[in-house]
Design a protein around this ligand. Structure first.
Ligand code: HSE
Length: 309
């Protein structure tokens, strides 16, 4: 047996503000590319052809975890050789580990003729997320596999709901040159939530879903306020409150941390405002002596996919 695939999985924004661990969206164009070859035998090799540093011990690479999970789920076995051809920088807050995990899970499923359902591919990818962040969350992995905006209605059992994507939904993203480990950003969160915060949060999650169905960007923006994670995590992002005020003044509907950060995104319904927001985001970090990269992106309706070899 010798079979080869080249697979892409997109970057993603987890949480979407109020949806800690239950909402995420796939981004257009940015993502990871893997080439995976299956031959007779047993074993895993990973060759990193990017400049992005990856763990030298392959047991610490999310791709290895995902391949092992795939074999455990299917009872199959083979020698798998992986070439990492394109990689989102780890720790960026746009689902770097999920993009690798989703690409690996999707690629394995394609190599072996699709024994797993789409939902099982997400479960397989979540194994990589667990290694990277110390938790089984699907809010990056599910959109990276399925595309679009995904609500994880429940984890036990996994219940994934694809939500509509309004056409006029632009995100200005910034990736500042600071490192925030997802593990640490999860560990600092309190294990219990005051009832008044929970009430505000589930009101917002409902509002966000309603806004997505009705295409009401104003409602989406006001519903994205997060009372659970962001108040604890904003300490990692210099000048967070000041930045949010500047962006809202410029016409953005919302500003939130992307996943566990440090990337931050502003939501708008107009490309020109997104462009202006990206300039504000860049100036904010550069003004504090922090290098940053910005992008204006749309939500991608496509998740993991095969590429021509
Ligand atoms: N929901 C996860 C978190 C996403 O916020 O920790 C991590 O990218």
């Amino acid at each position: 047996m010798r079979k080869k695939v080249r697979v892409f999985a997109p970057a993603s924004i987890a949480n979407m503000g109020c949806g800690f661990d239950v909402m995420g969206l796939a981004l257009d164009e940015v993502g990871d590319i893997l080439e995976m070859t299956a031959t007779d035998g047993e074993g895993i090799s990973i060759l990193n052809e990017t400049r992005v540093p990856l763990p030298s011990d392959i047991e610490q690479n999310v791709i290895t975890r995902v391949i092992r999970k795939f074999f455990a789920m299917t009872g199959l076995q083979a020698q798998i050789d992986v070439r990492v051809c394109q990689k989102i920088y780890p720790g960026s807050g746009i689902g770097s580990s999920a993009a690798s995990s989703a690409a690996a899970a999707y690629g394995m499923n394609e190599l072996f003729g699709g024994p797993l359902s789409e939902e099982e591919v997400v479960i397989c990818a979540m194994e990589g997320e667990n290694l990277a962040s110390g938790g089984y969350h699907a809010d990056n992995a599910a959109p990276a596999v399925m595309g679009g905006i995904i609500l994880i209605r429940g984890y036990e059992p996994l219940d994934l709901i694809q939500l509509p994507v309004p056409g006029n939904f632009y995100c200005a993203m910034v990736h500042p040159g600071i490192v925030v480990s997802t593990k640490e950003a999860r560990q600092i969160l309190p294990k219990e939530v005051p009832l008044h915060d929970a009430i505000r949060q589930w009101g917002n999650v409902g509002g966000l879903v309603a806004g997505l169905y009705s295409g009401n960007i104003g409602l989406i923006g006001r519903a994205m306020q997060d009372y659970i994670a962001e108040p604890h995590r904003k300490q990692f992002i210099p000048g967070f409150d000041e930045l949010r005020a500047k962006l809202l003044d410029a016409g953005a509907m919302a500003m939130n941390i992307s996943g566990s950060g440090p990337s931050v995104f502003a939501l708008t319904d107009r490309r020109e405002i997104a462009q202006k927001a990206s300039e504000i985001l860049l100036a904010h970090f550069n003004g504090r002596g922090i290098e940053a990269e910005t992008y204006v992106v749309k939500v991608s309706n496509k998740g993991a996919k095969l590429l021509a070899q």
